[in-house]
Design a protein around this ligand. Structure first.
Ligand SMILES: N[C@@H](CCC(=O)N[C@@H](CS)C(=O)NCC(=O)O)C(=O)O
Length: 245
């Protein structure tokens, strides 16, 4: 493990970039944070100058000035940090019994859960809750939520008894992401208990305090969830055509 990595985390506030400061705080790896405000909903030009897609998080590794690394995609960034500077901590190694479970839950957040929630929000905005296209998406989200809940009723953390980066990847879907797509966690006792455990982690509190000091962390961890970002709800209901978010 390198003794003093120099890492810069670019984070668009109130967004999934929060995963990276959280991971770094868990691993006690130093970093500097560049914060961006939504403009008004998507990335400001300053973040697009860092990464053309303007998608947060972005990690810059300037440890070795001659070979600066710039990396986007939260999953890729987590893996980069864990394996390059974290000595593999917060991951599960191939020889361990729960390796496949770790991989599955690490990827489930961005590959299935989050796209499902996003599709449901789009369907609500575009065709309304009475439409079968919304109902179909809502039913799929319901199945996914019960699947996560079932897992967390019999395991302390997603990959098993140890906290891992799978929890870091998934945490935002049930906390801050609920500002964009509501999830009422009534009846999901497994997820509720897991969120409570997340809220007890000092590293999570430290990261959120640095990344989004204006965000109410308790609301994000609550059963009913935080208030919605109004501009996002309006954007989801926009009809096709030129629009500036
Ligand atoms: N798959 C990417 C998604 C990144 C992403 O879409 N981030 C959102 C924040 S929640 C964003 O930057 N949105 C602003 C924009 O795309 O302009 C990841 O995991 O990092």
């Amino acid at each position: 493990m390198s003794s003093s990595p120099k890492l810069i985390v670019h984070h668009l506030q109130v967004g999934q970039g929060e995963r990276i400061p959280w991971l770094l705080e868990e691993l006690n790896i130093p970093y500097s944070l560049k914060l961006y405000k939504r403009s008004p909903l998507l990335s400001p030009p300053e973040l697009k100058a860092v990464y053309p897609l303007g998608a947060s998080p972005v990690l810059e590794d300037v440890t070795e000035a001659s070979k600066t690394v710039k990396l986007a995609e939260s999953g890729a960034i987590c893996e980069y940090i864990i394996h390059k500077y974290g000595g593999g901590q917060l991951s599960v190694r191939p020889h361990e019994e729960n390796y496949a479970e770790y991989l599955y839950w690490f990827h489930f957040a961005n590959a299935t859960l989050q796209p499902g929630l996003f599709r449901r929000g789009m369907a609500r905005g575009m065709v309304g809750e009475a439409d079968p296209r919304f109902k179909g998406n809502d039913a799929r989200v319901g199945v996914a939520l019960r699947h996560v809940d079932h897992r967390l009723r019999s395991n302390t953390w997603l990959a098993g008894e140890e906290f891992t980066a799978a929890d870091v990847m998934t945490g935002w879907c049930f906390t801050t992401m609920r500002k964009f797509e509501p999830i009422d966690l009534t009846g999901f006792e497994g997820i509720q208990a897991w969120l409570k455990r997340i809220g007890e982690r000092e590293a999570y509190r430290r990261a959120m305090g640095k990344a989004d000091p204006e965000l109410d962390v308790e609301e994000g961890l609550s059963v009913k969830g935080p208030p919605l970002v109004e501009i996002f709800q309006k954007a989801m209901a926009l009809k096709p055509g030129p629009q500036k978010l």
